[in-house]
Design a protein around this ligand. Structure first.
Ligand code: UDP
Ligand code: MG
Length: 320
């Protein structure tokens, strides 16, 4: 527990909202969030990151930026994914603390107030954890559980209820932005950097407009990328498998030798086929996994930027 006797922190909060094809949600988010924060007299600004939307999202953001002085927008040249949008938003924020939240209002804006108060009390990271996961079908739910089991093991922090709804102090944001990796998995990285952390529970709200951007394929890709970016366990599984197969092979060879010596050698045909299949498949799987990591290394080595910004409502320079 941070020292309560010290003076409470004060500062402007940046609310970062990655948005991809959310034209119906932008203004609602602006109005909803403004109302709540103004009532609590918390100073804030909102940074919308348009992740290369193909609908009127950017137009909506521009309209809101004109109408409300505390609204800013960043526009990507194409869709770079939510993680990239979060990083871009954080890079734009010059504020004392920054919160990342979904712009479909599935993360309740009331929780922002609680998060800000916790930050004032001296916490550097305030994680929103899901009390309930909202409405999901069985398939989605089970695969999500599996994914979080894996990733929790890899990060060594329980992530089963983790979300991207998170407040971070300026120092934490700086540390995050310094990480050079391109395959940034925000949810896990923000735990990985450490700092004084606390949690706040929230209920995932129903999405009112638009639809979820995650297809089954996108989710699977997301899961694999993020597990791979945090853990080399799949490669170790291959090693373990290899050792096991080697043990079997030794036993098999002893048996074959025994058959040979006792003059019953021809019967071993089945064993040969089985071994061949087993070895072949394991070698192929191993190559696949190694290939996947090499591909990841290749991506990082290329050193391409995480995202490309094509337009900005207000540039950082203008502000300072
Ligand atoms: N999002 C994004 N880029 C993408 C996909 C999603 O910026 O490629 C944003 C989206 O606009 C929303 C948030 O990420 O603000 C969460 O997306 P969504 O609601 O589709 O996910 P779900 O709530 O279903 O997990
Ligand atoms: Mg959503």
């Amino acid at each position: 527990m941070p020292d309560q006797s010290v003076k409470k922190r004060e500062g402007v909060m940046a609310v970062i909202l990655p948005s991809y094809n959310e034209e119906l949600n932008i203004e609602k988010a602006v109005v909803g969030i403004s109302q709540i924060l103004e009532k609590e007299s918390i100073s804030y600004e909102m940074i919308f990151v348009d992740d290369g939307s193909t609908d009127g999202t950017w137009r909506e953001i521009l309209t809101c930026a004109d109408a409300y002085s505390h609204v800013k927008g960043v526009h990507f040249s194409r869709n770079f994914g939510k993680e990239a949008a979060i990083m871009a938003g954080l890079a734009q924020s010059v504020n004392a603390c920054s919160v990342v939240m979904d712009c479909d209002l599935q993360h309740p804006p009331e929780t922002l107030v609680e998060m800000y108060r916790k930050w004032q009390d001296g916490y550097d990271v305030v994680e929103g954890v899901k009390r309930s996961r909202g409405k999901e079908n069985v398939f989605y739910h089970t695969s999500a559980m599996l994914f979080y089991k894996l990733i929790s093991k890899a990060v060594k922090i329980d992530m089963s209820r983790a979300s991207d709804f998170k407040l971070m102090d300026r120092a934490v944001v700086k540390s995050l932005l310094q990480l050079p990796e391109k395959n940034a998995f925000f949810r896990a990285l923000s735990s990985w950097v450490g700092y004084r952390t606390t949690q706040i529970e929230f209920d995932v709200q129903e999405r009112e407009f638009g639809e979820s951007k995650w297809s089954i394929w996108a989710l699977m890709r997301y899961a694999i990328t993020n597990v791979a970016s945090f853990s080399t366990a799949p490669m170790q599984i291959v090693t373990i498998l290899g050792v096991m197969v080697f043990a079997v092979a030794v036993i098999m060879s002893i048996q074959t030798m025994f058959n040979y010596v006792t003059g019953r050698a021809v019967a071993g045909f089945t064993t040969v086929i089985l071994l061949l299949l087993l070895m072949g498949s394991i070698i192929m799987i191993s190559l696949g996994i190694i290939g996947y990591y090499i591909a990841k290394i290749y991506e990082e080595v290329k050193g391409r930027p995480r995202y490309i910004i094509s337009e900005l409502t207000v540039s950082k320079e203008d502000e300072e």
